[in-house]
Design a protein around this ligand. Structure first.
Ligand code: F6P
Length: 323
């Protein structure tokens, strides 16, 4: 390995900059030249690639977003697009690539690796935490903290007005953000796509909370919830219980921004370092993750196909503590 390229792709996540810094500095430590590829696969296709020096990644560990920018490239999904990307790799003589992103990023990397045999190592960077092969993806912890901070504020107004709030959080088709943040805010109910939601059961629960003298309530709704988003659920609740003064808040993209938590910074630093070491040791087509505090490697195909199962213990805990 003489030259390694790094890019961020898909939805940005807090801690991606810390990962870029770790990749660049580990390369330099090992006398490998590091190259930044701008806007993910789009930059690979267009040859938007620059050499990166140690000073270029100073003062970024604390910054949200990604200094390399990100995109979801439609062109890379075509054979023509991938041929152009291969040409850029040849032109810049890159020996390996570190791709920081989520399942879309690794699906692209897997196909590209099969077609052109370019060594790729992936770093999980997604607030959704929906990849198999790592306990935590970069950005997840910060996103949870953002949700908790926001819902604490909503709780103040909910409690002042005796209201029922339905708060919708991100996660695409997974409920990891909803479940963890729901426990963190002491939500009265958490609705996630991994478990079946019955409106009657939900109403029963809300009524029992009212009987227990709870005057305000918070329901966390995952955006991928099979019954629909927070507005949809609010409508269904209103039909059956018009007496509730209910409001909806969709937290949206604030969950993707902000300075990364200490946990995300350390995670990103470890994964960035491990990804470069993996390329040096001829590991390819794998995602690097941390399971039970240890670095592990998972083939792309497995990382993207199997979500880590939702933790049933946490679901039970949320149920017990919300009575
Ligand atoms: O994958 C991260 C994520 O924020 C999801 O939670 C969400 O569904 C999606 O990206 C939103 O994507 P975009 O920013 O392209 O609208």
């Amino acid at each position: 390995m003489k030259k390694i390229g790094v890019f961020t792709s898909g939805g940005d996540a807090p801690g991606m900059n810390a990962a870029i810094r770790a990749v660049v500095r580990t390369c330099i430590y090992n006398k490998i030249e590091a190259f930044g590829i701008h806007e993910g696969y789009k930059g690979l296709i267009n040859g938007a690639i620059d050499k990166m020096e140690s000073a270029g990644v100073s003062n970024i560990i604390q910054r949200g977003g990604t200094i390399l920018k990100s995109s979801r490239s439609e062109e890379f999904k075509t054979v023509e697009g991938r041929k152009k990307a291969f040409k850029s790799i040849q032109q810049f003589e890159l020996d390996g690539i570190v791709a920081i992103g989520g399942d879309g990023t690794f699906t692209g990397a897997k196909i590209f690796n099969q077609e052109f045999n370019i060594p790729f190592v992936g770093i999980p960077g997604t607030i959704d935490n929906d990849l198999f092969g790592t306990d935590f993806a970069i950005g997840y912890d910060t996103a949870i903290n953002t949700v908790v901070e926001a819902v604490d504020k909503i709780r103040d107004t909910a409690s002042s007005h005796n209201r029922l709030f339905l708060v919708e959080v991100m996660g695409r088709d997974a409920g990891f953000i909803a479940l963890r943040s729901g426990i963190g805010v002491g939500a009265e109910a958490i609705l996630i796509p991994e478990t079946q939601t019955y409106v009657n059961e939900l109403i029963k629960k809300l009524k029992s909370n009212t009987r227990n003298h709870k005057e305000s309530m918070i329901i966390i709704v995952a955006e991928g919830e099979e019954l629909g988003g927070a507005y949809e659920i609010a409508k269904k609740v209103k039909e059956k219980c018009p007496q509730y003064d209910s409001k909806v808040t969709v937290l949206g993209h604030i969950q993707r921004g902000g300075s990364p938590s200490a946990m995300d910074r350390v995670l990103a630093s470890r994964l960035g370092n491990a990804a470069v070491n993996a390329l040096i040791n001829n590991k390819t087509n794998v995602m690097v993750g941390i399971v039970n505090k240890e670095i592990v490697f998972t083939p792309f195909a497995k990382a993207i196909k199997h979500h880590t199962n939702i933790n049933m213990e946490l679901i039970n805990l949320a149920e017990i503590l919300s009575c």
